[in-house]
Design a protein around this ligand. Sequence first.
Ligand SMILES: Nc1ncnc2c1ncn2[C@@H]1O[C@H](COP(=O)(O)OP(=O)(O)OP(=O)(O)O)[C@@H](O)[C@H]1O
Length: 252
Amino acid sequence: MTDPAQHPTPAVQVTDLSVDLGGRLVLRGVDLRIRSGEVVAVLGTNGSGKSTLIRTIVGLLPAFRGEVRLFGQPVPRFRQWQRVGYVPQRITAAGGVPATVQEVVSSGLLSRRRLFRPLKAADRQAVEHALELVDMADRRKDGVAELSGGQQQRVLIARALVSDPDLLILDEPTAGVDLASQAIFADAIRERVAGGSTVVMVSHDLGPMDALIDRSVVLRRGRIVYDGPPHASQTHAHVHPHSADDEPGWLS
Ligand SMILES: Nc1ncnc2c1ncn2[C@@H]1O[C@H](COP(=O)(O)OP(=O)(O)OP(=O)(O)O)[C@@H](O)[C@H]1O
């Protein structure tokens, strides 16, 4: 029998995943197993498939072949979305709908409350805490459309953190966010990681988050070409993807 202590259910399990976008295979045969508590960076050049991988993991894109499981459950049947915080790649936080900062952050709690019900005191407190974390509490009543790009990104980060998720999936969360806010965000993530959260993060520039990463995965043309310790991948990911065949982690 398998010992569950030695083989606990991974937070994310991607098996032989291929994804088709517009008739083209953008991901091809991706295998990735992320244990609970790991902090994994997904790296690779523009168009290598990072966002596609992230969006398939959170169920926004269907698998063409293979599957993704979250906490052991295939994504199409997964229902515990309150356990997952997701920051999408930079888009307008409003998504075209006029909404205040407070409303967007509250929407991070939607899966744990009934739509259109007023927030309970504990929820209001969680929203306030998340807004304070990203230093946006004084803008709570403002429309997100009136914010700068970096401020909108901070609101999306607060939305992902508000439900105190077990798994954070972040697609370039700090793109366009100033260094001070990146440091605040890194602290918030560090706190979550210390509490046992799992983090999967796409980034071109990890900045203050760099020290938190314990593993990185490099994509190239829809395939994983490196999976191992962060150092070698960051040195070579964008420069010489084939120059480090003798280093551990590089896949042929
Ligand atoms: N809706 C779509 N239809 C067809 N092809 C798409 C679509 N969205 C993305 N692609 C293609 O899929 C490939 C991977 O895109 P993806 O956004 O996953 O890359 P990425 O690694 O996240 O890039 P970046 O670093 O620029 O964000 C690209 O070649 C892109 O042109």
